[in-house]
Write a protein that binds this ligand. Structure first.
Ligand code: SF4
Length: 377
């Protein structure tokens, strides 16, 4: 027996059961429906087809190694000029020390930063990556966004393939999903004209996948974009995954309004947030994972998102002060969630907590590396 109340969703339910990708019109119907319960149940059904009762989390370290950047994206509260108050630029030693501050029992090092003319160079990153991989081979390196890769390529006058090959050979496992924002040209022209364009963002990820580097994808929602542009963004990601598979997870990023030029848009609503997870789960039939990133929508919304198609709560982070992007923009989330809290929240939502690394290899929750005694130097 069908559980549909909004009968406009019936043909969509049928397509999902048949494994047919949803169209732009289907995506718009999902956004417009007021039948939130059906939307959630359809998304949960799709999620459980992908990952059953599992919900994933990772023990990780998260660092913003520099906030120096001149790209001037209007939604950004994080960037600073080199001499501006609040500018932070970590040395390689500081990055390693920060990552190891609370021990070596983690599976992912996640670093993103600004387009820093001094720090964002291969001369800085390649030795740092090799040093890290030699000492902690169990830690996967999830570094840079496509915007940073584009900056590196232009800076060193290299093609994307050359830059990515050097990074892969130094130990890069995964490219982070940021920098995608909204793919619409209208949006990028108005909001972030100085960073990588949509075609090159996609080209970088596809090139990376071809070289054996995994990646994630994001979408920044909650400013000038239309609902249609949100759905088109998801369809472009789905097409990219079909051309060059390698995206592991999609992560919706809710706009945060403090301290940037777009403050007048305010906060996204809880309704918009949970719908975003469900629409993404239903549109992205060739993505295995939809991530509810607690730093952004908050732990409580992210737990509810598990009933709207999300199957991942991201990572512990493991530091007291290192996430600056969303903290500059007003997030009320803290800096650290321990793995016991993830397991408690996931179990309370009726799911099975599963510890993973970046590429979704799974570990017993009490797994520990053999390299625990290694020192920083
Ligand atoms: S969003 Fe990234 S690229 Fe844009 S200004 Fe901020 S740090 Fe720079």
């Amino acid at each position: 027996m069908s559980f549909l109340i909004d009968h406009a969703l019936r043909p969509i339910e049928h397509k999902l059961d048949e494994g047919i990708p949803l169209s732009l019109e289907d995506g718009m119907a999902l956004w417009r429906t007021r039948d939130l319960h059906t939307l959630g149940r359809l998304a949960v059904r799709q999620k459980e087809r992908k990952s059953g009762k599992n919900v994933y989390y990772v023990l990780n370290r998260y660092i913003n190694s520099t906030n120096v950047c001149y790209a001037a994206c209007k939604f950004c509260s994080f960037a600073r000029g080199e001499k501006e108050e609040g500018a932070v630029r970590m040395t390689a030693d500081e990055v390693v020390a920060k990552a190891l501050e609370t021990g070596t029992n983690f599976n992912q090092l996640h670093i993103v930063g600004g387009h820093d003319p001094r720090q964002l160079s291969l001369d800085y990153w390649l030795p740092l990556m090799r040093r890290f991989k030699e000492r902690l081979p169990h830690v996967q390196l999830s570094l840079f966004t496509a915007a940073e890769i584009d900056y590196l390529a232009r800076r060193h006058r290299l093609g994307y393939r050359e830059v990515l090959t050097k990074l892969r050979d130094a130990g890069l496992d995964n490219i982070n999903g940021g920098g995608a924002e909204i793919f619409s040209e209208r949006f990028r022209r108005e909001i972030c004209p100085n960073k990588v364009d949509a075609a090159n963002w996609l080209a970088i990820h596809e090139e990376a996948h071809g070289l054996g580097i995994a990646s994630n994808a994001t979408m920044l929602y909650g400013t000038i974009e239309t609902l249609e542009e949100r759905v088109e963004h998801l369809i472009r990601l789905r097409e990219s995954q079909a051309r060059s598979p390698g995206y592991n997870a999609f992560i919706p990023l809710a706009f945060h309004p403090d301290g940037n030029e777009l403050s007048h848009f305010g906060w996204t609503t809880g309704l918009d947030d949970v719908k975003m997870f469900a629409v993404a789960r239903l549109m992205l039939n060739n993505f295995d994972h939809i991530k509810a990133y607690w730093m952004i929508q908050g732990l409580k919304v992210c737990q509810v998102a598990l009933q709207f198609g999300a199957d991942d709560m991201d990572g512990t982070h493991g530091s007291t002060d290192e996430e600056r992007i969303y903290h500059s923009a007003g997030t009320q989330s803290g800096q650290y969630v321990d793995d016991r809290e993830f397991r408690r929240l996931i179990e309370a939502a009726g799911y099975v907590p599963v510890r993973r690394n970046t590429t979704y290899d799974v570990f017993p929750h009490d797994w520990k590396p053999q390299t625990a005694e290694l020192t920083v130097a």
